[in-house]
Design a protein around this ligand. Structure first.
Ligand SMILES: Nc1ncnc2c1ncn2[C@@H]1O[C@H](COP(=O)(O)OP(=O)(O)OP(=O)(O)O)[C@@H](O)[C@H]1O
Ligand SMILES: [Mg+2]
Length: 324
């Protein structure tokens, strides 16, 4: 990503690796979030843990706050479309959420014919597939072109790898009833269009994204987890998109692959029990990129730290009112 701001002083940023607040309820450790489970609420603390290859590979200072506040920005910007789980934002790293029953599907929305992995829509298109269940594509499309309309492509939630299925398969497998599936599809379409509009006004293209929805205590469809973050979405730069694609180049994109590449070159991140520590310069570079996309999207910057107060203390003070 090109630079918008002067690089922040990464060396002075403390990282948030882990929390353990006994007063908040049972603690569950997700890859990125520490989740405190209460009867009707979850206290979600987004840490600076960075996962790749299904493991934690680094800690990126400021990333937890950025993910949490980016979601908060989008929950607010989409509240007229669908109910969301936010009860309160007591700290830059914390969301107090209504505890919901997550739906059994991942809700993936795709705006462009792109991707590199075996499950990507471009890989399937190149192999000859045209019918994607919710959308049928014409012949002759080129990589990175917009789809005729954004496509809702649900996938299963598997422990190992998610499988893309068609809306018809969602019904056949009994994952959702038909009326709820229709509501999910309609809601995801509206969220994605809103996301694309706002992103474009900030010079970014929202390429594709993944939503999680659940049912709240009243059985109402509710948007949960995170929305339109750098981790749940793919982003391209709008100003160079046309020219680069016309010239057969890849769009400029929000790039965190360089850290993955470093690990692949220096160890076997899928097999080795212990992996080396990433160079500080790469960690700092990734932190800068997260901050740039955050300020570009939301117009905000990281919360300044109160002199000398450790981040864990700040969070502990801010969540005290949510003890059970
Ligand atoms: N309001 C909510 N109600 C119930 N569950 C929620 C809610 N919001 C988020 N979650 C769940 O909390 C977890 C968030 O933690 P984290 O993002 O660290 O998980 P993860 O290890 O990345 O797992 P996943 O790969 O499923 O995202 C997710 O499993 C998500 O489904
Ligand atoms: Mg997650």
């Amino acid at each position: 990503m090109t630079n918008d701001n002067a690089p922040p002083d990464i060396a002075n940023l403390e990282t948030l690796r882990r929390t353990d607040f006994r007063t908040l309820g049972e603690r569950i450790e997700g890859k990125v979030r520490d989740i405190y489970v209460q009867p009707e609420r979850l206290v979600l603390v987004t840490t600076d843990r960075h996962s790749s290859f299904d493991r934690i590979v680094a800690h990126i200072p400021g990333k937890g706050e950025i993910l949490n506040r980016t979601s908060a920005f989008w929950f607010d910007a989409t509240r007229d479309i669908v109910r969301n789980h936010v009860i309160a934002l007591p700290d830059p790293n914390v969301t107090v959420a209504r505890r919901c029953t997550p739906l059994k599907i991942e809700i993936v929305m795709r705006g462009y014919l792109t991707g590199v992995t075996s499950t990507s829509i471009w890989t399937h298109y190149q192999a000859g597939r045209r019918d994607f269940g919710s959308i049928v594509l014409p012949d002759g499309m080129r990589k990175n072109q917009p789809l005729p309309a954004p496509a809702f492509t649900p996938s299963t939630k598997e422990a190992t790898h998610d499988e893309t299925i068609t809306p018809a398969q969602v019904l056949e497998r009994g994952l959702l009833p038909a009326d709820l599936l229709e509501q999910v599809d309609d809601t995801a379409q509206k969220l994605f269009r809103r996301g694309q509009e706002i992103a474009l006004s900030r010079g970014l293209i929202l390429v594709d994204t993944k939503y999680e929805m659940g049912l709240d205590a009243d059985g109402e469809l509710t948007l949960i987890d995170e929305i339109h973050t750098p981790d749940s979405s793919r982003w391209w730069m709008a100003d160079t998109y046309e020219a680069r694609v016309a010239a057969g180049q890849e769009p400029d994109y929000f790039d965190k692959e360089f850290l993955r590449h470093w690990f692949v070159e220096h160890c076997d991140p899928y097999k080795d029990a212990v992996i080396p520590e990433a160079p500080q310069a790469l960690v700092a570079e990734l932190a800068v990129r997260y901050q740039q996309i955050f300020s570009r999207l939301t117009g905000r910057s990281l919360t300044p730290r109160e002199k000398g107060q450790p981040i864990l203390e700040r969070i502990r003070d801010n969540v005290a009112a949510y003890a059970i």
